[in-house]
Ligand binder design. Structure first.
Ligand SMILES: [Mn+2]
Length: 424
């Protein structure tokens, strides 16, 4: 963790300017009938989970260029996640991936307590073969033609639930790479029937207060067809399973230009929106940093989420899911968590009564202008003040760089090989 005097020193240098900016924004919002303190209080409570795999340097199918001081295991990863939350106060939980992060529950719990974090959704992994694994997932897992392979995938998911219960998790996220690479390779219907039957067995093993999140993805690693390829199939799965099953929307897992905010609205309307994986993309599933390419789309997604906020049953999970190829992952995750909070704060500023009036009277221009007014507002002083009051950093990246954390952990974490590709 970072020494508190380093954070205090960085904050002291920025405090006067922040107070002036916050007061000025407070006055401007007051003229719009908005209480800045109420927005700040909502932002302060808004957390997004960090994926354990996100703190390692990612890569592509072609290569990976590791940074220095990369985490060696889940305990190093939790240290890095602890720093992200310490500075941003926006990432109180970590989502684990199994078996990558498999360790005794007692050790995971004590490390999480040490760094001030809790555990979010469990993520199973049946998209690659593990050492000593009896059956290969080369041709699928939960939808494999071979019953013993399907059973192995079912057992792995149930083992994830068992470990998750011991570390306070309340959800299992399933994403499978199952699909096909050639037309005719599989029978779409029979493959999906096998998937549903296998997933049903995982669903039946869920504790009462757990949620099963299924994640759709249009393509990759299967490039011709994917078993859970879009939100329609994902919704069918959630409907077939039951009340504890909901859909997870990964922003990158759609065709370019798809109206994701409308998918969010549809799933919300029918009580099936379970959670998000935030990232950004330009061409495909690029796994770029949240808000780095199209912050307006992120805002429009949050516009739908704020719209649904008054429903007491509406409580989707939020996680970052991105790959950091050229940046320090800690810095990217801190900025991305802030971008999530920014989109949320901007969406909170939209005057929904006025917007509804323009919608009802078919005033398209004023309706879209009303929406955009929220997006155009610079809410940074609200985010920074929320961080400061929670003990975080006004400028998380500046405080992180001042701390020399990466250089310090590099001294105890040996450099890893850059050989081999693959997103990590
Ligand atoms: Mn994802």
């Amino acid at each position: 963790m970072i020494k508190s005097d380093i954070i205090a020193q960085a904050n002291d240098a920025a405090n006067a300017k922040l107070k002036a900016d916050y007061d000025a924004l407070g006055e401007a919002l007051d003229r719009r009938g908005i209480d800045i303190a109420a927005i700040k209080s909502k932002v302060a409570k808004y957390g997004v989970a960090v994926p354990s795999w996100g703190v390692g340097t990612g890569g592509t199918r072609f290569a990976r260029f590791p940074g220095t001081g990369e985490p060696r295991d889940i305990f190093d990863k939790l240290d890095d996640c602890g720093v992200i939350h310490q500075l941003t106060r926006a990432t109180p939980s970590v989502s684990l991936h199994f078996p990558w992060d498999a360790q005794p529950a007692a050790d995971l719990n004590s490390k999480a307590e040490e760094v001030g974090l809790t555990f979010d959704a469990m993520n199973s992994n049946t998209f690659q073969d593990q050492e000593n694994q009896q059956y290969s997932y080369k041709f699928g897992s939960l939808s494999h033609t071979d019953a013993a392979t399907r059973q192995q995938a079912i057992d792995h998911n149930i083992a994830c639930i068992a470990l998750g219960r011991e570390i306070g998790s309340k959800a299992l996220t399933i994403w499978v790479g199952d699909g096909s690479n050639f037309p005719g390779q599989t029978n779409f219907t029979r493959q999906f029937e096998r998937y549903l039957e296998a997933t049903r067995q995982v669903y039946n093993a869920l504790p009462e207060d757990w949620t099963l999140l299924t994640e759709h993805k249009m393509y990759e690693p299967a490039f011709y067809s994917t078993v859970v390829q879009d939100w329609g199939t994902n919704l069918l799965i959630a409907q077939q399973m039951g009340d504890k099953a909901k859909c997870l929307v990964d922003l990158g897992h759609h065709a370019p230009n798809v109206n994701i905010e409308m998918i969010v609205a549809r799933l919300t309307q029918f009580g099936k929106l379970g959670g998000f994986h935030f990232n950004d993309s330009k061409y495909g599933d690029d796994d770029l940093d949240t808000g780095s390419i199209d912050p307006y789309r992120l805002f429009l997604v949050f516009n739908e989420l704020v719209e649904a906020e008054n429903n007491p049953d509406f409580n989707p999970m939020h996680m970052l899911d991105q790959s950091h190829n050229v940046t320090d992952p800690i810095e990217s995750l801190m900025v991305s968590a802030t971008e999530v909070q920014r989109a949320y704060a901007q969406a909170l500023l939209v005057d929904r009564t006025v917007l509804e009036g323009f919608q009802e009277s078919n005033d398209a221009l004023m309706a879209t202008t009303t929406l955009k007014h929220g997006f155009r507002t610079d809410v940074e002083p609200i985010l920074a003040m929320a961080r400061l009051e929670a003990g975080g950093a006004i400028d998380p990246v500046a405080a992180y760089r001042a701390s020399n954390y990466r250089a310090q952990v590099s001294a105890i974490r040996p450099q890893v090989s850059g050989a081999g590709g693959g997103i990590v």
